[in-house]
Design a protein around this ligand. Structure first.
Ligand code: SAM
Ligand code: DTB
Ligand code: SF4
Length: 327
């Protein structure tokens, strides 16, 4: 399907109307679009590793790793290369095609970036796709990541521009857009999405989707996280998002960004199998696989394998098209 069919001019009203469709109409539309662009029985599998944990100077209200919140988390320095390689090997043996490394930084120093680049090189040598999420980047740092062969950069918008200041005060929504612009300019695949269930309104969810869909290019990967509530963070105790509303959000992401991988991201371990099945039907076609996310538990791997088996879902192989986009 040519890019000419992709829209980047969605109005907030149009998106809100999609959200308000009868559930069956919304899911039918989303699933039909999903089938036009993807094998509906394939799900891409990524594994996550926190390569530097805690003591972050940002104040993101959802995050266990902010130095400003009183969480039980133990901080860890940047992991040694060998440890990262051995974790990536295990992920590969378990069927992951992409290895995502996250660091609790506002932004990386150039010295730290050298070390992350060594990790990217080593993991590419294993034949896996690479993704990193390191906070804000300068243009020069982004160029270095591109030269190292990085496949994806994850940098979430997290919520609407209107709600952003309620969740994070140490940076702006525009800071996020600026880093994403550097990543796009360098031809690195963009992984960008958000978190639902932080007390945002339905309009905030529509507005975040509008921001993602109206970027100059749709992010190749769109992680939709359900807030993992962490004691000691300001968002602990926030009103949980209704499961049906979460499925609707997946469907809307699929309709707005037909060629993107939509990732059913954090929060899966609190979802029923049936809710996850509905998300896959609505257009989710990527997950984090492995027993840990960054600092919290993910679903058990044998449970995920059983669920895939019950649903007739296969893990997808490396996406050659996306690889070429970043070549
Ligand atoms: N420090 C970098 C940054 O913020 O961009 C990278 C790591 S940060 C932990 C990556 C993403 O994880 C955040 O943007 C957010 O979307 C997600 N995240 C963090 N804590 C979460 C939580 N408790 N529940 C759901 N998603 C969360
Ligand atoms: C994304 O959208 N979700 C991941 C990844 N990108 C880096 C992180 C989820 C973190 C969940 C909470 C934790 O384990 O600390
Ligand atoms: Fe730091 Fe990222 Fe957590 Fe925000 S989300 S506190 S930037 S690690």
């Amino acid at each position: 399907m040519s890019n000419a069919t992709l829209r980047h001019d969605w109005s907030l009203d149009e998106i809100s109307q999609l959200f308000q469709l009868p559930f069956n109409d919304l899911l039918f539309q989303a699933h039909s679009i999903h089938r036009q662009h993807f094998d509906p029985n394939e799900v891409q599998i990524s594994s996550l590793l926190s390569i530097k944990t805690g003591a972050c100077s940002e104040d993101c209200g959802y995050c266990s790793q902010s130095a400003k919140h009183n969480t039980e988390l133990e901080r860890e320095r940047l992991l040694p290369l060998e440890e990262v390689i051995s974790k990536a090997r295990i992920a590969k043996d378990n069927g992951s095609t992409r290895f995502c490394m996250g660091a609790a930084w506002r932004n990386p120093t150039d010295k730290n970036l050298d070390k992350v680049i060594d990790m990217i090189t080593a993991i590419k040598d294993l034949g896996m796709e690479t993704c990193v999420t390191l906070g804000m980047l300068t243009e020069q740092q982004t160029r270095r990541l591109k030269q190292a062969g990085l496949d994806y950069y994850n940098h979430n918008l997290d919520t609407s521009p209107e709600f952003y200041g309620e969740v994070i005060t140490t940076r702006t929504f525009q800071d996020r857009l600026d880093t994403l612009e550097h990543v796009r300019q360098q031809g690195i695949n963009v992984c960008s999405g958000g978190i639902l269930g932080m007390g945002e309104t339905a309009t905030d969810r529509a507005s975040m989707m509008q921001q993602l869909a109206n970027m100059p290019q749709h992010p190749q990967s769109v992680p939709i996280n359900m807030l993992v509530q962490i004691e000691g963070t300001p968002l602990y105790g926030a009103d949980k998002i209704d499961a049906i509303e979460f499925v609707r959000s997946i469907a809307v992401a699929r309709i707005l960004m037909p060629e993107s991988h939509v990732r059913l991201s954090a929060g899966r371990h609190e979802m029923s199998d049936e809710m996850q099945a509905l998300c896959f039907f609505a257009g989710a076609n990527s997950i984090f696989y492995g027993e840990k996310l960054l600092t919290t538990d993910n679903c058990k791997t044998n449970h995920d394998l059983q669920l895939f088996d019950r649903l007739g879902i296969q893990p997808s192989r490396i996406d050659e098209q996306a690889k070429q986009a970043s070549a």
